[in-house]
Structure formats: C-alpha cells, structure tokens
Write a protein of this length. Structure first.
Length: 373
C-alpha cells in the first residue's frame, strides 16, 4: 500500500531522465568508444564524465521519498513486521540484480580475449561472486561485477535502516502514543539527515555505508512529509536549512543536487497540476523500468564497445554511433529484464535460484578462463 502521491507520472519521468543520464555517464566513463568519439563533442563528453554521476543523488532523494510514502507517510510506521519488509525488499532487488550480474560475467568472459581495456572485468573468484550476490562487495573489499551495482547495496541498506528505525520508535512508544511516535520518528530522521550531511558525507572512507548517503535519502523522506503536511512551510524550511548548512560547511555539488531535487519534488507534488500531469510518455515508461535498465546497461555497453572498437578502432563517427546504439540496446535489454523478471512477484525461491545461477556461472567462467590462459 502506498500513499496517493507516492508514485506519479512525474516521479517516473524524473527517474527516466536520471536513468538515461547514468547510462550516458557510464558510456562516457568506460571506453574505448568514448575515447575515440571524444573529439566530436569534447565538452559534452567531459560533462557526462564529470557530472553525469550526479543523477545518483536524484535516485537517492526519490528513494527516500518513496520509502517514507510507503512505510510511514505520517511519520508512524504502518507496517506490521520489520523483518518482512526488509526481506521483501531484498528479494525484490536481488532477482533482476542477479540476472544482470550473470549477463555481465558472461559478456566480460566473451569479450575479454579480444578487447584489452581496463573496463573489462577479469574472471571472478568465489568470494567475489558470493559477496556480490549478497550485496556485500564493497563492505568486504571485493570488486564489483558490474558498474553501478554499489548503488543497489546502498539502497538496501538505506531502506533496511529506515524500516528498523521506524519499527523501533513504534515499539518504544507503544500503541497508545501514536502521535508521539510519529513525531519522534520524523525527528530522528531529521537528526540522521543532519548528521549525514554535516559529518558522515564528508568522510569518503564511509561511502560503502548508508550513513554516508542518508543525507540525500533523508531529504527525500522529509520532502514526502512536506507533501503530506497540511502546511509545507516548516518542512520546506527544514530541508533548505539543512542543505544550506551542509553546503556552507563543505560545498559538495552532489548535496546541492540533492537539495534542489528535494525542494523541487516537494513543491511540485503539492501542486494538483503537477501531480495530475501525465508527463512525457517515453520518459515515464523509462522511469518505470529504470531499475532494470540501470542493472543491465553495463554488459550491453561492454559488448557494443568490444564490437565497435574491434571493427572501427580509430573512426570517431562510427564510435559515436556505437554509443548511440549501446544506449538504445540498453533500453531494449532493460525492457526485457523488466518484463520477464522485475515485474513478476518475487519469491525467495526465485531469488535464490538466480543467485545460485550467478555464482555457478561465475565459477564456470573462472574455471574455463584458467584452462584457456
């Protein structure tokens, strides 16, 4: 169950734009096509390389907004079991995630012998496969099997932490103190957001933990409560004060993006006009399948990079067209992953099957690679 404003065409459209930006950032970041095509549009390539990743902040804010809308639209946890919520989230994430990583392992093995480039992952080890399957790769120091998968682990940490916090507050306050529990839950989120923005997000060594990213996520939760409130002035002011204080203490472009996103989201979704707007249909559809596109685009781009760089190693125009083709094929592959895996109601059995397939396929690839070496 979600609140009336938790999912709108506007939110899906924003997710679609952010998803497309991330795909193009990775196309610019992971060559060799972008290296060869760079002279055709050097400023655009530089912008995508340096700033395209800022779209992650948009996803963090939206993630916080949707989590608050689903879990506690009025600040009080409205779910029965914290364990059930966390389990459901994990299973929902790892189904398409495991499929995409399996494809990444297979594509890396396929192109590894005919494209010598740093963007091609090596043959995985058992520890690396298990860590990636369990969303623990950065925590235990294992290399990710695909670009951007760190975000999936962080998303799960942020969601699980929010569930546990809200459940703990409700348990402490009891059923008879509903208003107190709602106030305390929201207050603790504000405090956590402030601590993240002012302290934890300034420590790069913490970037494998939710504490580092909770500032943007918490701003999204606060934006949700601004939308739900009879009057939004207090919440909007709180968002603005926290974000401005964080930027005054230590200016970070990523926090500026998160702040603007949270304020704009709260303002737009309090407006009946924007809530009812149906958006631009292609971007709305992309937003709906953005998770699948985000997961699967790296192996698709890696494969296209290998083919284009092998056939036209020094042709800027063909490599630029290759980048366009990689983007288009990423959307096609994402739509298939969304339709065949993500849209289906996940179960522990299906999630474990895909995780086992990932680990088994990865070990087969590793053994085969060692025999051919």
């Amino acid at each position: 169950m979600t609140s009336p404003h938790s999912r709108t065409p506007l939110i899906d459209m924003i997710k679609g734009v952010a998803c497309a930006t991330i795909v193009w950032h990775h196309l610019a970041f992971y060559g060799p096509m972008s290296d060869i095509a760079q002279p055709l549009a050097p400023d655009l390539m530089a912008w995508l390389y340096d700033y395209g990743r800022m779209a992650v902040q948009v996803f963090l804010v939206l993630g916080g907004y949707l989590a608050a809308a689903s879990l506690a639209p009025q600040g009080l946890a409205r779910f029965d079991s914290a364990g059930q919520q966390i389990t459901r989230r994990f299973v929902r994430l790892v189904g398409p995630y495991s499929v995409a990583l399996l494809l990444a392992v297979l594509v890396a093995a396929l192109v590894g012998n005919w494209m010598d480039h740093p963007s091609v992952p090596g043959a995985p080890g058992l520890g690396q496969l298990v860590a990636n399957a369990l969303l623990l790769q950065d925590i235990v120091g294992e290399e990710a099997l695909s670009a951007g998968v760190w975000y999936v682990a962080i998303d799960f940490q942020l969601f699980a932490g929010s569930v546990l916090l809200l459940a703990l507050v409700r348990a402490m306050c009891g059923e008879g103190r509903v208003r107190h529990a709602a106030w305390l839950g929201r207050a603790l989120v504000v405090v956590g957001t402030a601590m993240s923005l002012l302290v934890f997000n300034r420590e790069p060594q913490l970037d494998m933990w939710a504490l580092y990213f909770f500032g943007a996520y918490g701003l999204g939760m606060m934006a949700c409560w601004a939308v739900q409130a009879p009057r939004a002035g207090g919440w909007m002011a709180a968002i603005a004060v926290l974000g401005t204080a964080a930027l005054a203490l230590d200016f970070r472009a990523r926090i500026a993006v998160a702040l603007v996103t949270a304020l704009a989201l709260a303002w737009a979704l309090r407006s009946p006009r924007w809530r009812q707007w149906q958006g631009f249909a292609p971007l709305v559809r992309l937003g709906q399948m953005s998770y699948s596109v985000f997961l699967v685009h790296f192996p698709v781009c890696l494969l296209v990079n290998a083919v284009v760089s092998h056939i036209w190693p020094q042709a800027p125009e063909w490599n630029a067209l290759g980048m366009l083709a990689a983007f288009a094929l990423s959307l096609v592959a994402g739509q298939q992953l969304y339709a065949r895996v993500e849209r289906h109601v996940p179960t522990w059995t299906s999630a474990l099957r895909w995780q086992a397939g990932l680990v088994g396929t990865g070990m087969l690839v590793a053994v085969t690679s060692s025999l051919w070496a």
